[in-house]
Design a protein around this ligand. Structure first.
Ligand code: ADP
Length: 711
């Protein structure tokens, strides 16, 4: 027993030991596994640490580089800034930079020098304080401006986005020009330039010019006085020579006296030119603007040169723009002087061919003025291009073979030029040597309200003109004037070309110099066109004998003259028999149709009796006299057909001729037509009525001694 217990104990112990050993083994295995895990984790961690350290090292490197670059850049900025300021410091002009609140950021010594001893100006000083200083310390000469005004003006100047330069005078006589620019951040860069030298030079120049002008004026005033003094005795010379010529003189005496008078007149002209010229120079010519008739003025200038034009056998033309008014406000005397000079020169320097004065213009309705272009064209000597400047100078003429034979002072163009300039205009010239010259001037003159020629009413029955004119330029001008008056025309070069079938309402015939006696031409026209009104166009220098009953139109002429010549010619024509009014009876019940009918006849001259039905129509016809009846067909009480039949009966009773009866019907009346015709209605119109058809019907059926279409 004992033994078995002991055995049992031993076994228990062995079992326990074995269990303990197994546990130990298990724990050991667990420990090993845990150890392995731990070491793997440690390995991983140390790897991460290595990586991070590498990143840190890299960043450190970069940082060092950036810091280094920054330092270098800073050095550069400082160096450049120093350089910039060194440069700004070396310039003599003032330079300053202000921020958007007008506080001074920096300024160079010349800028600051202006305030030396007056107050502290430096970075941070506001521009308004600088202005205060300028005023309080008298740094800037404000001239006549009040301190407050000046202050306000200077501040206001800076509030503009674009700042205009300004010139200031300092207390010490220095002139500066402030040129300011706005910077992108709203500040201002201010440059103050010393312009004292140029201002002083300018002043000196101005003084010199004033002195020269004063001397010039004194010279001109002297000339003006002298020419005036010269005129008085010259008038005596010319006047006395005139009187002498009227006294009985022998041939030799007459020649002497004529020579004295002609030379005296030539001298007077020169004196007049000199007087004008010196007056302009002495600024003594005052323009006296007043309303005047430019078209008439141009004609007058034509008359002045007419004797020479005729003597030389030149063609003198005036082309005055048809759409241009004739009246303007200006100094007519001076404009005439300029034009006389240009036209006089053109006639003087042209031995054959033409002289054409052309007036065109652009009316400015808003300004109530007109820019006029007046040109004088000739087919004479012409002027070399390089002489053009020269001839506008005083006493300048072209000295060559061709020019030598012409007299003159060489003052005319110079005076004209100055006068036109004084009127605010311009003079120009274009010329081809040997082919002619064209002088022009441009002036703007205020308009005068005038009667509108466009609305002038031509005598009745004058619509178509025959123009016989060999001169192309004359013809061109005349036909344009006719178009303006609303005439149509046929043109022929001479009377022989005219034939009966032209059938004009009026004939214009240019009696040319070679025609001499106009009677023959007129006779031919009379034989062709009977009593048709004739206007003979003549030239004042050549008197032509004309049979009576012919209107004359003296070339050159104004539109007004053309118009009155037509009226005059028409008044000579034998009167047509007195016309009477057409008497028209119309029956229509519908009020609207009555109105329409009335409206359609509105433009015609006739005596209309409008009734409402057939009974009234018959009644009216019985008690009145009519030339024509228009009647509706279906009307209350008595229709149109019955009324027409009654009218025909009355006519028969009276033994009168049947008058035209025109039916106005709404039906397209196939079957009715017969019935209508039977009732004595001769014509019909279908509704809706057309004005043209009614007019055509009236025209066709009106008696001879009526003209409902007359104006
Ligand atoms: P004047 O006619 O008295 O000589 P102007 O000053 O009027 O003086 O003209 C100056 C010069 O210009 C004339 O002498 C002439 O040589 C030239 N000239 C002017 N007009 C014409 C023209 N239409 N054709 C050719 N030459 C002209």
């Amino acid at each position: 027993m004992e033994h078995s217990r002991a055995n049992e104990d031993l076994m228990l112990e062995r079992r326990a030991r074995l269990a303990a050993e197994r546990l130990l083994d298990q724990k050991q295995a667990e420990l090993t596994a845990a150890n392995r895990k731990l070491s793997a984790h440690a390995l991983n961690l140390s790897g991460q640490i290595v990586d991070q350290r590498r990143v840190v090292e890299e960043l450190e490197g970069q940082n060092t580089r950036v810091v280094k670059d920054l330092v270098a850049a800073n050095h550069k900025v400082v160096a450049v800034e120093r350089l910039l300021w060194d440069a700004i410091d070396t310039i003599h002009d003032g330079f300053a930079l202000f921020d958007a609140s007008r506080n001074l950021i920096a300024a160079n010594p010349p800028y600051l020098a202006a305030f030396e001893g007056a107050g502290d100006v430096g970075p941070g000083t506001n521009f308004s304080e600088i202005l205060d200083l300028c005023i309080d310390e008298g740094i800037v000469d404000l001239r006549d401006q009040g301190a407050d005004d000046w202050y306000e003006m200077m501040l206001a100047r800076w509030s503009n986005s674009k700042i205009e330069p300004i010139t200031l005078r300092f207390w010490n006589g220095i002139y500066v020009k402030m040129v300011d620019r706005r910077t992108s951040d709203g500040g201002v860069v201010s440059l103050v330039l010393n312009i004292t030298d140029s201002i002083l030079k300018e002043g000196e120049l101005r003084d010199a010019r004033d002195k020269a002008q004063a001397a010039d004026r004194a010279k001109s005033a002297f000339l003006a006085k002298m020419s005036h003094e010269l005129r008085t005795p010259m008038n005596g010379v010319v006047g006395m020579a005139d009187l002498l010529l009227e006294s009985p003189l022998d041939e030799e005496g007459t020649l002497y006296a004529q020579t004295i008078r002609n030379s005296g007149e030539a001298l007077l002209e020169i004196i007049n030119d000199v007087l004008d010229f010196s007056k302009i120079e002495a600024e003594k010519i005052l323009l006296k603007p007043a309303p005047f008739d430019l078209e008439r003025l141009v004609q007058d200038v034509g008359l002045i040169v007419d004797p020479t034009v005729t003597q030389k056998g030149l063609d003198f033309q005036i082309d005055y723009d048809q759409f241009l008014p004739a009246e303007f406000v200006g100094d007519a005397g001076r404009i005439r002087q300029v034009l006389t000079n240009l036209v006089g020169n053109a006639v003087k320097f042209t031995d054959e061919g033409y002289v054409l004065v052309r007036v065109v213009g652009v009316v400015n309705d808003a300004e109530q003025n007109c820019q006029l272009h007046i040109t004088v064209e000739d087919s004479g000597l012409g002027i070399d291009e390089d002489m053009i400047e020269h001839i506008f100078g005083e006493f300048n003429q072209i000295e060559d073979e061709a020019n030598r034979k012409y007299e003159g002072t060489g003052l005319g163009l110079s005076i004209s030029h100055k006068l036109v300039e004084q009127m605010g205009g311009e003079v120009w010239i274009s010329s081809v040597k040997g082919e002619g010259a064209c002088f022009g001037f441009k002036i703007t003159l205020p308009l005068v309200a005038e009667a509108d020629m466009g609305s002038a009413v031509l005598p009745a029955g004058i619509h178509r003109a025959l123009v016989i004119e060999p001169n192309a330029m004359d013809l061109d001008i005349l036909t344009r004037q006719m178009e303006f008056l609303g005439l149509t025309f046929a043109a022929l070069p001479n009377v022989d070309a005219a034939t009966k079938d032209i059938d004009p309402d009026i004939v214009f015939v240019g009696l040319q110099r070679e025609l001499g006696d106009g009677g023959g031409a007129i006779e031919t026209l009379r034989s062709l066109f009977g009593d048709t009104p004739i206007v003979a166009m003549t030239t004042p220098a050549i008197p032509v004998k004309l049979p009576s009953g012919i209107a004359t139109l003296s070339k050159p002429f104004k539109r007004e003259d053309l118009f009155s010549s037509i009226t005059e010619a028409a008044s000579f024509a034998p009167k047509a028999p007195e016309l009477r009014q057409l008497r028209l009876l119309a029956a229509e019940d519908n009020k609207t149709n009555q109105l329409v009918f009335r409206k359609m006849l509105k433009t015609l001259t006739l005596d209309l009796t409008l009734v409402e039905n057939g009974i009234e129509a018959v009644h009216a016809f019985k008690n009145g006299e009519f030339d024509m009846v228009f009647t509706d067909i279906s009307m209350p009480e008595m229709d149109g057909m019955e009324a027409s039949a009654r009218i025909r009966e009355i006519e028969e009773e009276r033994g009168a001729n049947p008058i035209p009866i025109i039916a106005m019907t709404a039906h397209a009346m196939d079957g009715d037509e017969e019935r209508i015709k039977q009732s004595g209605i001769g014509h019909y119109l279908t509704k809706p009525l057309k004005k043209d058809q009614i007019h055509a019907m009236i025209k066709e059926l009106s008696p001879e001694d009526t003209d409902p279409f007359q104006e």
